[in-house]
Design a binder for this molecule. Structure first.
Ligand SMILES: Nc1nc2c(ncn2[C@@H]2O[C@H](COP(=O)(O)OP(=O)(O)OP(=O)(O)O)[C@@H](O)[C@H]2O)c(=O)[nH]1
Ligand SMILES: [Mg+2]
Length: 420
C-alpha cells in the first residue's frame, strides 16, 4: 500500500518543574535556597529526507511526543532539557494544521528542517525567588505544559516531468530506459500502483521524471485507480503524454489522447494546462505506421511529437532532447507559495498563587503584564490593579487559600495587604 497522506498528533515536551530546596550540609543550618530550574521540553521538528518515498511511517503509529524536560535539582542544578523529536518525511511533504487546513511548511529541500512545536519552558527553582526581602522562599514554579496538535501530512512529489497515459502504453518501460529507475513492467493494465521517480541525465543536466499509474476514461469519477495520483504530477513543470500507437488494444490513439486530456481537465488544478510532449510509443509493432500518420494529422502542430519504441530504443535520445528543450524554456521548480501558519504559544494571561505561611506570591504572565502597566506610587493605577485581581477571582482564591488582612501578598516583587 502506498501511503501519501497521514493525520498525526504531535506534542512538544512539557517543561520540567523548578524545585524548592535549601542548602544543607553537616554543621550548617538555615542554608539559603538552592532549588534549580526545570529543563525545557523537547521540540517537534520535521526533516525532509530524500531517501524516503512515502509516508508509510505515519500510517500505523500516529502519536508522536517529544521528551519532557526534567525537574530541577538541589544545588541550583538545572533539570536536563528534553530531547527534540525529529520526524523524517519524504521530499515534497506538505504539513498542514488539521483544524484550519493552513500550510505550516512545504518540505521542499533535502535536509530541510522545520520546528513545528516548541517545548515548554522549565519552571524556576526557589533559588530564583530569593531577593533582599525574601531570603528563604519556600516556593518554586511548575514547568510549562504544552498542548498536542493534529497535523496533516500530504506528499506531493517533486519532479520536473510527469508521464501520463492509458495503462499498458509503456510509461514505466520508457522511465526505465531514460532514467536510473527500475520500475515494474508487465503486459497488463495497472502494473504501476504508486508513483515511480527517476533521474534522467542529459549531458550536464539532470531532471526528475515521475511515472504514475495509468489513467482511463472516467478516472476523475474514480474509474480504474482514479485520479488520486495526479497529485504527484501537480508540481511538475511539464508532461509527457505517452500514447500506444501499436493498435494492439483495439483503441484509437487519438481518442486515447482526447480522453486522457479530458480527465486531466476534470481533475483541474492546472495539470491540464501543463505543456505536453507527445510520445508515440510501440512504433516497432507492425501496423503502427498507419496510426502514427493518423494521429499526426489530428494533432497538427499543437505539440512536439516524438515517435519512439521503448523496446528497441528508437528515438529515445530525441525524446530526452525534446524534454530538455521544453524544460529549458520553463521556470524552475519552486516550493509552494503560501502564507505560513505557525502555532503560537497561548498568550493567555495566566497566574499561579504560591503560598508560604502567611505570604502569598502571585506569579505568571498576568503579573508580567501588571508589572508593566501598574505604577505603584499612583493611586488610580493601584485601584486598577485591585480591580483586575477582583475581576479575575484572584482575591477570592487568595481567601480560599487562607489569606487574611494579616497576610502579605507579593505581586511582581511588591508587597500588598489583602483588601476586599
Ligand atoms: N512492442 C513494444 N512493447 C512495448 C513497448 N514499450 C512497452 N512495451 C510493453 O508494453 C507493456 C506495458 O509496459 P509498461 O511500461 O508496464 O506500461 P505502463 O504504461 O507503465 O503500464 P501501467 O503501469 O499499467 O500503467 C509491457 O509488456 C512492455 O514490454 C514498445 O516500445 N514496443
Ligand atoms: Mg507502469
Amino acid at each position: 500500500m502506498f501511503i501519501d497522506r497521514a493525520k498525526i498528533t504531535i506534542k512538544a515536551g512539557d517543561g520540567g518543574s523548578g524545585i524548592t530546596s535549601f542548602i544543607h550540609y553537616k554543621g550548617k543550618v538555615g542554608g539559603g535556597p538552592d532549588g534549580g530550574d526545570g529543563g525545557k521540553g523537547g521540540d517537534v521538528v520535521f526533516k525532509a529526507d530524500k531517501h524516503l518515498s512515502s509516508l508509510a511511517e505515519y500510517y500505523y503509529k500516529t502519536k508522536f511526543v517529544a521528551e519532557n524536560g526534567a525537574n530541577g535539582e538541589p544545588k541550583e542544578c538545572f533539570g536536563k532539557s528534553g530531547r527534540d523529536l525529529i520526524l523524517k518525511v519524504p521530499l515534497g511533504t506538505i504539513i498542514k494544521d488539521k483544524e484550519t487546513g493552513s500550510v505550516i511548511a512545504d518540505m521542499f529541500y533535502d535536509g530541510m528542517e522545520k520546528t513545528v512545536l516548541i517545548g515548554g519552558e522549565g519552571g524556576k527553582g526557589n533559588a530564583r525567588f530569593k531577593n533582599a526581602r525574601r531570603h528563604a522562599p519556600h516556593f518554586s514554579q511548575t514547568g510549562e505544559k504544552t498542548e498536542s496538535k493534529q497535523v496533516l501530512l500530504e506528499l506531493k512529489t517533486i519532479a520536473d516531468v510527469g508521464f501520463v497515459g492509458f495503462p499498458n502504453v509503456g510509461k514505466s518501460t520508457i522511465l526505465g530506459k531514460l532514467t536510473n529507475a527500475k520500475p515494474k513492467i508487465a503486459n497488463y493494465h495497472f502494473t504501476t500502483l504508486s508513483p515511480n521517480l527517476g533521474v534522467c541525465e542529459y549531458y550536464d543536466n539532470q531532471f526528475i521524471i515521475a511515472d504514475i499509474p495509468g489513467l482511463i476514461e472516467g478516472a476523475a469519477e474514480g474509474a480504474g485507480l482514479g485520479v488520486e495520483f495526479l497529485r504527484h504530477i501537480e508540481r511538475t513543470r511539464m508532461l509527457v503524454h505517452v500514447i500506444d500507437v501499436s493498435g494492439t488494444e483495439g483503441r484509437d490513439p487519438y481518442d486515447d489522447y482526447l480522453k486522457i486530456n479530458a480527465e486531466l481537465k476534470k481533475y483541474g488544478k492546472e495539470v491540464s494546462s501543463l505543456k505536453q510532449v507527445v510520445a508515440l510509443n510501440k512504433t516497432d509493432v507492425f501496423g503502427a505506421e498507419e496510426n502514427v500518420k493518423k494521429i499526426r494529422e489530428k494533432l497538427g502542430r499543437k505539440h512536439r511529437i516524438v515517435e519512439i519504441s521503448a523496446i528497441t530504443g528508437k528515438n529515445l535520445d530525441e525524446l530526452k532532447k525534446a524534454i530538455f528543450d521544453t524544460l529549458s524554456k520553463l521556470p524552475p521548480l519552486k516550493p509552494l507559495e503560501y502564507e505560513e501558519f505557525s502555532y503560537k504559544k497561548p498568550e493567555k494571561l495566566e497566574y499561579e498563587i504560591l503560598k508560604e505561611g502567611e505570604t502569598f506570591v502571585i506569579i505568571g504572565t498576568l503579573v508580567e503584564v501588571l508589572k508593566r502597566n501598574v505604577v505603584m506610587t499612583d493611586m488610580q493605577s493601584l485601584a486598577y490593579l485591585h480591580k483586575v485581581l477582583k475581576d479575575r477571582g484572584i482575591i477570592k482564591e487568595l481567601k480560599e487559600m487562607g489569606a487574611t488582612e494579616k497576610s502579605t501578598i507579593i505581586i511582581g516583587g511588591e508587597q500588598f495587604e489583602l483588601l476586599d
